[in-house]
Design a protein around this ligand. Structure first.
Ligand SMILES: *Cc1c(COP(=O)(O)O)cnc(C)c1O
Length: 363
């Protein structure tokens, strides 16, 4: 608290990111990063753009990156006019809230979803109405359609932290029943097994698809994200961006982002490896008594019935394995969100559980 603060600062509840420990040698399964580094093609592109050219401002429009994003999604009818790029998808999301979701009617989001959405809603003075997930943690499209007038709808697909995917046919039903406000589909984890809505962008003027290079392209440290939508929506985002920061993507991020979008072979192989390890990790957790929600993401959401999830997380930390526990809402407090690591990290996780679980009582 300070008398120097603007009024709104007193009322903010900032997002708390997962721990980035300063200690080496931890098995880090708490923030859904890729467990292996980006391809050489990306590292070399970044190195090649690091030199004298850093004197100069980067391209404020990020046109080379928009072109590369459009190349990747070309078969779905995406052109550079459908693309907006930003400093991580979190920044893209912030501009979306400001540019497209600030209306008198409330914004709808699942009660269990990405916990940055309520933070942005508060920052921009948007009323957020949470629609409860079904008993099995799936998104019920009918509940969104029955909620009355809305100023927009947002959810991750696959959802976070559940990892569960909404089928494309259900998304179409939502879009068909909700033609008059923007529907934002946050596809941070889509590459690990869900159907992308990129193919619907040219068909639905109210659809905005958000993607990141942080998870499936191993570039959380570079900060690159993008949105796909029809030019009318993209223009709104560009107007907000150009009223905030002309150069959200620096020269290194633009060069690395282009190389990452173009290295399709590495990308497909990395996703396939994660998906294979996810199956083995899920089986290993189930063999130790866990119930695991069906995941289409690079993490699983698992509960050990009768055991205290926070105590398991603390025990794993003692074994140098980090996982994520959310206290709220109460319905997910019995769960742990565990990122899919390498094969070796998965072995370490399972061995650590074998140490920890016998030391914990049942509730
Ligand atoms: C990780 C994540 C993001 C943020 O990604 P960045 O591009 O690193 O900012 C956005 N949405 C969801 C659901 C995520 O899990």
């Amino acid at each position: 608290m300070s008398r120097f603060w603007s009024d709104i600062v007193h009322s903010l509840t900032p997002y708390v990111p997962g721990e980035q420990p300063k200690i080496d040698g931890l098995v880090k399964l708490n923030t859904n990063e890729c467990p292996f580094g980006p391809p050489d093609s990306v590292v070399q592109a970044i190195a090649a753009s690091s030199g004298d050219a850093l004197r100069l401002y980067p391209d404020p429009t990020g046109s080379a990156l928009k072109d590369a994003v459009a190349r990747f999604h070309a078969a779905q009818g995406i052109t550079p006019t459908h693309v907006f790029v930003g400093n991580g998808s979190d920044e893209v999301l912030a501009h979306i809230f400001m540019a497209l979701l600030r209306h008198p009617a409330p914004l709808l989001a699942p009660d269990i979803s990405y916990s940055f959405y309520p933070v942005y809603a508060k920052l921009y003075g948007i009323t957020l109405r949470e629609i409860p997930l079904a008993e099995d943690f799936s998104i019920r499209v009918d509940d969104f359609l029955a909620a009355g007038p809305n100023g927009g709808i947002i959810f991750p697909n696959p959802n976070a932290p559940t990892g569960m995917a909404l089928p494309l046919a259900e998304l179409c039903r939502l879009l068909d029943g909700n033609p008059d406000s923007v529907v934002v589909v946050d596809e941070a984890y889509v590459d690990f097994g869900a159907e992308s809505a990129d193919q619907l962008v040219t068909q639905y003027p109210q659809l905005l698809v958000v993607r990141t290079l942080s998870k499936s392209r191993a570039l959380a440290g570079l900060r690159v994200g993008y949105a796909l939508g029809q030019p009318e929506l993209i223009e709104a985002l560009t107007r907000v961006k150009d009223s905030f920061n002309s150069y959200p993507l620096d020269r290194l991020a633009l060069a690395g982002g282009v190389a990452a979008m173009d290295d399709v072979a590495w990308f497909q192989d990395a996703c396939a490896r994660i998906v294979a390890t996810r199956s083995r990790m899920t089986a290993g957790l189930q063999a130790r008594g866990a119930q695991v929600l069906p995941s289409a993401a690079n993490f699983v959401f698992a509960t050990f019935p009768g055991r205290d999830a926070e105590a398991i997380a603390a025990g794993l930390r003692g074994q140098r394995v980090l996982v994520r526990h959310f206290r709220k809402p109460a319905r997910i407090a019995p769960f742990l969100r565990i990122s899919v690591g390498t094969e070796a990290q998965t072995d370490t996780l399972l061995a650590a559980l074998d140490q920890v679980l016998p030391t914990l009582g049942r509730r």
